[in-house]
Design a protein around this ligand. Structure first.
Ligand SMILES: NC(=O)c1ccc[n+]([C@@H]2O[C@H](COP(=O)([O-])OP(=O)(O)OC[C@H]3O[C@@H](n4cnc5c(N)ncnc54)[C@H](OP(=O)(O)O)[C@@H]3O)[C@@H](O)[C@H]2O)c1
Length: 438
């Protein structure tokens, strides 16, 4: 910070970086007015220009590290993604005495403890509102607005691509591959959509949310993770018939025995607000003791929504830094030395109702055998649908909703059912999230 104000350098000029430049180009005056200091974009690091934004007013370097080493930059905005060069970049920025704003959830989930501690030691800020749920201000809500609450749970739809794919498959009966190709064409999905599809991206975000909610270190391997690729079009149809929608959820709950951290598709009752959050929208529901239950919803990705969160961090930081050194807001809500690991629950121990779907020979005794195997494992069936699969009169599709049982109980019963010769293929298992106490 100089008498001239705060100067910002951006590294990376893709979807989010160009959005930040566009917001500064159109709202620079408003931002300075709201910030109270002269917050100014000065230096852009980009390997190439981006036709979506005008760089005429800025210094541009093809080497992003020139931004980090520029003595005329006070805040470095890391928007390159990935975890290797991005880690190097953020570390060097902090070493150079810069404050850092990032949208990079993978970097935080993997190296966040190290980077937060380093920023803290050097009295520098590390802000990351855009890293979770894009434009939704969930980080600030958890870290600051709910600072007086004990948070018991955070449940959310935190990957827009996954939600778009499930919504389209459910409403238009389209195949997974077809919708994924459209999501890529529309720019929702990454060129390599693996992390969107296999749940890794949502798991990274859940790691960040659970650290803020429960005061635990960031642990990228913490959450049990399943992707949307295990959901077939017929599961979406059967779920609807049973009064549910299938959503890909991130769930972080504080239980007596430890933390329950999970990312997986789940059946959500259709009367719950969360089940109505469609398309690329995200939603995060927070359960906390003083405030009760609240839900934030909005665009979880995209150029301007994500840039809005980045710029919000910059304004906040500008206000905080005016006249002082160091960020008085602890990066993870509490000093990093006070972050304390807690035991994690095994998914086998966590209970919930389950959705089971299988295809079996349509002959007498088969259903009785399946229900006996479930009964032997202490599992009761709450609802059942039975119907022939299309074009196959000799088999029957069976869908069951069970009572609340543990993952371990379901796993062993399903292993036995899958040994029956009458079964065609495996058993699809999906959890039901009905927001009732375990
Ligand atoms: N897109 C969203 O909606 C969204 C939402 C929330 C968070 N985020 C996060 O925001 C970050 C940026 O995402 P994005 O969607 O803007 O990505 P993107 O469109 O792929 O843009 C990345 C930019 O970084 C540059 N870059 C990448 N690696 C580089 C390297 N080693 N050296 C120099 N430049 C490099 C790229 O340059 P080239 O063009 O030359 O490759 C490009 O300009 C990621 O961490 C992402 O997870 C994105």
């Amino acid at each position: 910070m100089t008498a001239d104000g705060l100067r910002i350098g951006i590294c990376g000029l893709g979807t989010v970086g160009s959005g930040v430049v566009n917001i500064f180009n159109s709202h620079g005056g408003l931002i300075r007015q709201r910030c109270g200091v002269d917050l100014r974009l000065t230096h852009i690091g980009a390997r190439r220009d981006n036709p979506d934004c005008d760089l005429a007013s800025y210094r541009v370097s093809r080497d992003i590290f020139e931004v980090v080493r520029d003595p005329d930059v006070d805040i470095v905005v890391e928007l390159i993604g990935g975890t290797t060069v991005a880690r190097q970049l953020v570390m060097e920025a902090l070493e150079q005495g810069k404050h850092v704003v990032t949208a990079n959830k993978a970097l935080l989930a993997e190296h966040g403890n190290e980077l937060a501690a380093m920023a803290e030691q050097r009295g520098r800020a590390l802000r990351f509102e855009a890293a979770v749920a894009g434009g939704i201000p969930v980080i600030k809500t958890l870290r600051e607005s709910l600072a007086a609450n004990v948070v018991s749970g955070v449940v959310g739809i935190i990957n827009g691509t996954g939600n778009f794919i499930l919504t389209e498959m459910a409403s238009a009966g389209r195949s997974f591959e077809d919708v994924l190709a459209e999501a890529q064409a529309l720019g929702y999905a990454e060129a390599d959509p693996t992390f969107d599809v296999d749940g890794t991206d949502a798991a990274h975000k859940l790691v960040i949310l659970s650290s803020l909610a429960f005061g635990v270190p960031l642990d990228k391997d913490g959450p049990f993770t399943e992707g949307i690729d295990r959901v077939a079009p017929e599961d979406l149809e059967f779920a609807r018939e049973l009064g549910y929608r299938i959503k890909h959820l991130g769930i972080a709950r504080r239980q007596q025995a430890g933390l329950d951290l999970r990312v997986h598709p789940a059946l959500v009752p259709e009367h719950r607000q969360l089940s109505q959050v469609d398309g690329v929208l995200n939603a995060v529901m927070i359960e906390a003791d003083a405030v009760g239950e609240l839900m934030l919803t909005g665009p979880g990705a995209g150029s301007l929504p994500t840039a809005s969160a980045v710029c919000g961090d910059l304004v906040d930081l500008g206000r905080t830094l005016a006249g002082i050194t160091g960020d008085p807001v602890p990066i993870l809500g509490i000093p990093t030395a006070d972050l304390t690991a807690q035991p994690l629950l095994s998914p086998d121990a966590v209970t919930c109702p389950w959705y089971l779907r299988l295809v079996a020979s349509d002959r007498p005794g088969v259903m009785a055998e399946i229900t006996r195997l479930l009964g032997d494992s202490g599992i009761s069936i709450e609802s059942l649908i039975q119907r022939p699969p299309q074009g196959d009169a000799s088999h029957v599709s069976v869908v069951m909703l069970t009572d609340r049982v543990s993952g371990g109980q379901i796993g062993s019963a399903v292993a036995e059912i899958e040994m029956l010769s009458a079964l065609k293929g495996g058993v699809t298992t999906l959890r039901v999230e009905n927001f009732e106490e375990a």
